[in-house]
Ligand binder design. Structure first.
Ligand code: GLA
Length: 339
């Protein structure tokens, strides 16, 4: 019998959305909200309860199981990881979450990575990221990129991660102490994420087949595309440039410049990539109008969920004040396993 405690943070993406699966760039960080699994590894059954939802997940590793019908619903992620990892030893424990679920802060990737580590994953960090990506596809059919997993696994306290998904290289960018990251939940549950996500991804793939890698596509070749591919490609190309510029500005502790790029990113996600909602747009406008807020944008896949704002330290003293659900978060270390 082995006692295990695993902590997996969520992530917030400061800038660079819908670029990962197109081989582009993003600038996320792991955050100090996350998922903890505390338990014991023994026997051949996974038995987990969660403090965030009712029900007990029971999964017998000695017989076949159907991921899609797993109850409670979060059990699909655990089952998908188990079918990827094929552990021979079970796990009994408690899952606690300080992360809002399905809000664009990577609760599912955090759960997958926490589960894999708790079930005894041994291997390279990148293999863990790929395992979680495959599990996401098995669990809910979303062909996600590697943004969430990379931030959760490679996160570092007080740093953002500049990730280049064409080479999977990561540069750490110190996060200035005089800036706050404020996350505000729109109150709108994410809708259409699965089907629309796949649609956007396919559009990017089609565009790339016609004009080459979107992260470096020039204006003329983007202009040669028909709609809606033209706007989808323009988002990816301009977003990658904004990420490069934002990383540069963050290194210079220029919060105003990073914030401006974030708000521009939001407009591009709203108009060119069409993954925002009216409620999210209003929330971005309200945040940007506040003194001391440098910029704001939808974060993650979109279609609801959370907005991230970059602010002068202390500019938003009470993050709950806007919608009743907000957090001031800090760039944090990646997932950890302790005995
Ligand atoms: C979700 C996916 C990521 C990424 C973002 C959008 O979080 O899991 O891979 O594509 O959406 O940037």
């Amino acid at each position: 019998m082995t006692a295990v405690t695993v902590q997996a943070p969520g992530r917030v993406n400061l800038i660079g959305d819908h670029t990962d699966y197109a081989g582009g760039l993003a600038l996320p960080c792991a955050i100090d909200l996350g998922i903890t699994i505390r338990g014991e590894r023994n026997g051949s059954v996974i038995k987990l309860v969660s403090d965030a939802a009712a029900g007990t997940l029971k999964l017998d590793l000695t017989s076949s199981f159907d991921i899609a019908s797993m109850q409670p619903p979060w059990g699909r992620y655990v089952a998908a990881v188990a079918s990827e990892l094929e552990p021979t030893i079970g796990l009994q424990g408690i899952l606690r979450s300080t992360l809002p679920i399905g809000a664009g802060l990577s609760s599912s990737a955090a759960l997958e990575i926490a589960t894999a580590l708790a079930l005894g994953f041994e291997g390279e960090p990148m293999e863990l990221a790929l395992l979680s990506q495959r599990a996401e596809l098995r669990a809910v059919g979303v062909p996600c990129g590697l943004l969430d997993q990379s931030a959760i696994i490679f996160g570092r306290a007080n740093h953002a991660l500049l990730i280049d998904f064409s080479s999977m290289s990561i540069e750490y960018v110190a996060f200035p102490q005089n800036l706050d990251i404020v996350i505000v939940h729109s109150g709108q549950e994410r809708a259409l994420v699965d089907s629309q996500y796949q649609d956007r991804r396919e559009a990017c793939e089609q565009a790339a087949q016609l004009i080459g890698p979107l992260s470096h596509a020039d204006k003329t070749s983007i202009q040669s595309l028909d709609e809606p591919l033209r706007r989808r490609a323009r988002h990816v190309a301009t977003e990658c440039q904004r990420v490069r510029d934002a990383a540069f500005a963050l290194r210079n502790s220029d919060g105003a410049a990073v914030g401006k790029l974030m708000t521009e990113s939001h407009r591009s996600l709203r108009d060119d990539f069409e993954v925002s909602t009216a409620l999210i747009d209003q929330l971005v406008d309200r945040l940007v109008a506040r003194p001391g807020v440098f910029g704001a944008r939808v974060t993650g896949a979109g279609f609801g969920g959370c907005v991230v704002a970059l602010c002068e330290s202390g500019a938003i003293a009470d993050p709950n004040e806007l919608t009743g659900r907000g957090w001031i978060v800090h760039p944090s270390d990646g997932a950890t396993l302790s005995a």
